[in-house]
Design a protein around this ligand. Structure first.
Ligand SMILES: Cc1cc2nc3c(=O)[nH]c(=O)nc-3n(C[C@H](O)[C@H](O)[C@H](O)COP(=O)(O)O)c2cc1C
Length: 218
């Protein structure tokens, strides 16, 4: 695909079809993503793809936790309970206010999609070592973005989500991931279910006016 087409396709997909992604394709995507830049070439990232029995086992156990209303406890600080600066807080509030989907009667669509891991058949969990400077989070973000753009270039749809790492001990168990690694976010890869309402283009959230986020200073 042309780069602009790849870039313009970068919208999240909250419901995938049951079609699995070719394992070799995923491996090639991750291998190419290794070319991402990182501080001093530290390459702090690792990636674990869960699929088949490993992923269905994880989904079942996550569902149990959700049914028991166990509080999410991501390895990365509980983002939504942190003291956000007013700037991103306002952006999040404005997005919600402009998206009836998030707050009105469509909240269930969003919650169900998250609680069922978006029906993803292949999920990549990305990690950094527990002893990491904040720079490594930056590096992991770039690595994740590379994975997503490369995946879109292969005709896949993507779903980055912290909700899939709500119970990191379960991700560790099913992914055979060491206690020494922090589980960042997860990226669902797959084929978009075009019949699912949650994927409707009308729910794509707006971006801030460009002038609000950019200044050219001479
Ligand atoms: C680090 C990260 C975590 C995210 N976690 C979730 C999540 O848990 N659930 C969800 O539905 N969307 C999640 N998203 C997707 C964002 O909500 C989405 O990218 C944003 O609303 C903009 O929508 P768009 O990418 O379709 O333009 C996450 C995105 C990122 C980058």
């Amino acid at each position: 695909m042309k780069f602009n087409d790849v870039y313009n396709h970068e919208r999240v997909t909250r419901k995938f079809t049951n079609r699995k992604v070719n394992e070799k394709m995923i491996a090639q995507i991750i291998e190419r993503a290794q070319q991402s830049p990182s501080l001093l070439n530290s390459q702090p990232w690792k990636a674990y793809t869960l699929t088949g029995n490993a992923l269905s086992g994880l989904k079942k156990e996550v569902k149990k936790q959700l049914d028991l209303k166990v509080e999410p406890h991501e390895d990365f600080a509980r983002m939504l309970s942190l003291n956000w600066d007013p700037y991103p807080s306002q952006n999040m509030a404005a997005l919600g206010a402009s998206q009836p989907y998030f707050f009105n009667n469509k909240m269930d669509l969003f919650t169900n999609a998250n609680n069922t891991m978006f029906n993803a058949q292949d999920v990549v969990f990305v990690t950094i070592p527990k002893a990491s400077p904040v720079w490594s989070v930056y590096d992991l973000g770039i690595f994740s973005q590379s994975i997503m753009l490369l995946a879109i270039n292969e005709g896949l749809s993507v779903m980055p989500a912290h909700s899939m790492v709500s119970y990191p001990e379960l991700v560790r168990k099913y992914g055979h991931i060491s206690e020494d690694e922090l589980i960042g976010m997860a990226i669902g890869l797959g084929y978009k279910d075009n019949t699912a309402e949650v994927n409707d283009d009308k729910y794509i959230p707006a971006r801030l006016p460009f002038e609000e986020i950019y200044k050219l200073v001479k």
